[in-house]
Design a protein around this ligand. Structure first.
Ligand code: 2AM
Length: 180
């Protein structure tokens, strides 16, 4: 069994820019620069046969490449108990279209449901017990965050192994998007 998800990766210069946002929150677990990504669809644990069906379904997609930019920051969790901090994505219809295509392909191939609303983001940190004021201070300080634009040329099926300290993500298959 492997624990799978589908994501768009972030190029190295943008990852470096994002890693400048790390800091200022005691107890935060900041995501390693190499692990920064935009999840399109979390799949979860599947066996080899199902994984192959998912790979075949994803390989059948023919979506175009596109440019995106990361913009702004936000939080998941409640006001008093923030679970994670993230960087947002500037509005991008092509990313939503890619999400819909991936989501449909995975749902059909694996008969797996995922009813979460898609809010594209790059998780930067996971928090436990951080004070709301500290978090608010960080959100305020980073509110103007804006990356350079970059081209998304592929999406990737990842295997996620959960470690004690951090998850380890390994690319399983890279699916190229159509060129302009
Ligand atoms: P997150 O970054 O917002 O936590 C690998 O775990 C990726 O899949 C993460 O980017 C995570 O999003 C996303 N994901 C979505 N649903 C998940 C779930 N139920 N369990 C774990 N990860 C999930």
């Amino acid at each position: 069994m492997r624990r799978l998800f589908v994501a768009v990766t972030v190029p190295e210069p943008v990852r470096r820019h994002l890693s400048l946002l790390a800091g200022g929150i005691p107890g935060a677990r900041w995501v390693a620069a190499d692990n920064l990504h935009i999840t399109l669809r979390f799949i979860g644990e599947v066996d080899g046969a199902l994984e192959q069906d998912i790979v075949d379904a994803l390989a059948g997609l023919h979506q175009p490449g596109f440019d995106i930019r990361l913009e702004g920051v936000g939080q998941f969790g409640s006001a008093t108990s923030v679970r994670s901090l993230w960087a947002g994505v500037a509005p991008c219809p092509e990313l939503l279209q890619l999400h819909r295509a991936v989501h449909r392909a995975v749902s059909l191939a694996a008969a797996l449901a995922d009813r979460r609303r898609f809010l594209p983001h790059v998780t930067l940190a996971r928090l436990k017990g951080a004070g709301p004021q500290t978090v608010a201070g960080w959100l305020g300080a980073q509110a103007q965050f804006r990356s350079t634009a970059f081209r998304v040329t592929e999406f990737v099926l990842f295997d996620s192994r959960l470690g004690r300290k951090a998850a380890h993500y390994t690319p399983v298959v890279e699916f190229p998007l159509l060129e302009r």
